[in-house]
Design a protein around this ligand. Structure first.
Ligand SMILES: Cc1cc2nc3c(=O)[nH]c(=O)nc-3n(C[C@H](O)[C@H](O)[C@H](O)COP(=O)(O)OP(=O)(O)OC[C@H]3O[C@@H](n4cnc5c(N)ncnc54)[C@H](O)[C@@H]3O)c2cc1C
Length: 390
């Protein structure tokens, strides 16, 4: 079902795009087309991707590519993650949740974990033996993360975790969950800590149902419950309690850039598919592309997508230099995902009634796009963050 879209945008390859990265791009696209896309309809129906697909991705070097080789990774950079993420968007397997595992979960352990923690978890994340999730959101606390109610109480050389989380990506498959908890509920942000829970090793951990979403059907999203879950104190991320908020603030810009990379790849695919469609479809004795309205719409979208692609490439370059600011990352997340939703809507319209039929990829892409403006910090929260720089 999924084939790579033709190159629609005329943006030169960025300077950071080395020969190695071009090879990775070819390999990642091929992997998604050959190993994931043929099963994708089934994954959508069962609302979860098979674990074996994760293990195959691990064997192909597509898990934890930006982790150092000594921890089972490929020794790459964020550019590797951007390319793997975009391969998912370009081939239309949007619900394969490895991007979060690779570029959000693993970096928390690499950047904030002890040597022992890195050795314990990263190699198993790199093979797919462990599937990662990050559990921040709770039923009563989403945008306002300071309102997190889950707690971790110290008891000898253990922490005892209580609380519930919701909307957790990879929530059914995950067996390594980074949980945002309060170690001091009276201390606000300074009382927040991150704990790593290996779910196969503990009692009192339960998964709720696989949540019924409007899009990204192939991705499992769940509630998670922690009832007196005991984990060793060695599973605290960081050298002491209370560092959780700073750790989140450090890692969230990359999460936001990752969402922008996802968005631009899906935009490129939607434009390519739509251009193909309107070239073929006939009405009033001509092709739909012959109508000036179609040409103008697609000209507008191509122009906006070109600006967006240049901006995303710039942000990746900044990030590789360690210079991507939280403000710019928030701009990328908000601008790109707003544009993504606009592009999906306009492209669906150009498909007419067929655009509303699930057998046409644009229908699913339209549904998959919507959440991009919500998770990773809503676009309203992005504007708040940007406004702080005014
Ligand atoms: C498919 C999916 C996957 C997800 N994956 C994960 C995951 O893996 N891990 C995880 O921890 N979370 C995850 N989330 C949760 C996601 O990050 C939250 O849904 C999001 O942060 C918003 O929180 P909320 O749903 O509680 O909305 P609320 O915070 O209740 O927001 C409701 C509305 O109010 C607006 N709003 C809130 N505060 C302000 C303000 N100060 N100013 C202006 N407007 C405001 C919001 O923008 C929104 O429009 C996922 C969500 C979805 C839908």
């Amino acid at each position: 079902m999924a084939t790579m879209p033709a190159q629609v945008l005329e943006v030169p390859r960025p300077d950071w795009m080395s020969d190695d990265l071009t090879m990775l791009e070819d390999m990642a696209n091929r992997f998604m087309e050959e190993e994931i896309a043929p099963h994708y309809e089934r994954y959508e129906k069962q609302e979860i991707v098979d674990r074996q697909a994760w293990e195959k991705a691990g064997a192909a070097g597509l898990l934890c590519a930006s982790m150092p080789e000594e921890y089972g990774g490929v020794g790459g950079t964020y550019a590797h993650e951007a390319i793997i993420t975009e391969a998912i968007g370009h081939t239309g397997v949007d619900g394969f949740g490895i991007a979060l595992h690779n570029a959000i979960v693993a970096p928390y352990i690499l950047h904030h974990g002890s040597e022992e923690q890195k050795q314990k978890w990263l190699p198993r994340l790199a093979t797919g033996e462990l599937i990662g999730a990050i559990a921040m959101t709770e039923p009563g606390a989403g945008s306002d993360l300071q309102g997190v109610k889950a707690t971790a109480r110290k008891d000898g050389n253990h922490y005892v975790i209580n609380g519930s989380k919701t909307f957790i990506t990879n929530g059914q498959n995950a067996n390594l969950v980074i949980v945002v908890v309060k170690t001091d509920p009276t201390a606000g942000a300074k009382g927040t800590s991150l704990m790593v829970v290996e779910t196969d090793e503990v009692e009192g951990f339960e998964r709720g149902r696989n949540l019924d979403k409007i899009g990204l059907k192939a991705n499992d999203t769940s509630e998670l419950f922690f009832n007196d879950v005991r984990i060793p104190t060695a599973n605290l991320l960081g050298t002491e309690e209370g560092q959780g908020f700073i750790q989140l603030m450090t890692e969230l810009p990359q999460e936001r850039l990752l969402i922008a990379n996802q968005a631009i790849s899906m935009i490129e695919r939607a434009l390519a598919l739509t251009i193909d469609y309107v070239r073929e479809r006939k009405a009033f004795g001509k092709t739909v592309l012959d109508f000036q309205n179609t040409q103008f719409k697609l000209a507008e979208l191509k122009s906006e997508a070109t600006m967006a692609r240049v901006f995303v490439n710039h942000c990746v370059e900044q990030h590789l230099k360690g210079e991507l600011t939280p403000t710019t990352a928030s701009m990328a997340k908000y601008m790109l995902t707003d544009l993504q939703c606009k592009v999906m809507d306009e492209c669906l319209q150009l498909h007419g009634g067929y655009g509303y039929m699930n057998e046409y990829p644009i229908a699913r892409m339209f549904r998959d796009a919507r959440v991009q403006r919500i998770y990773g910090g809503t676009n309203e929260i992005m504007k708040l963050l940007i406004a702080r720089s005014l």
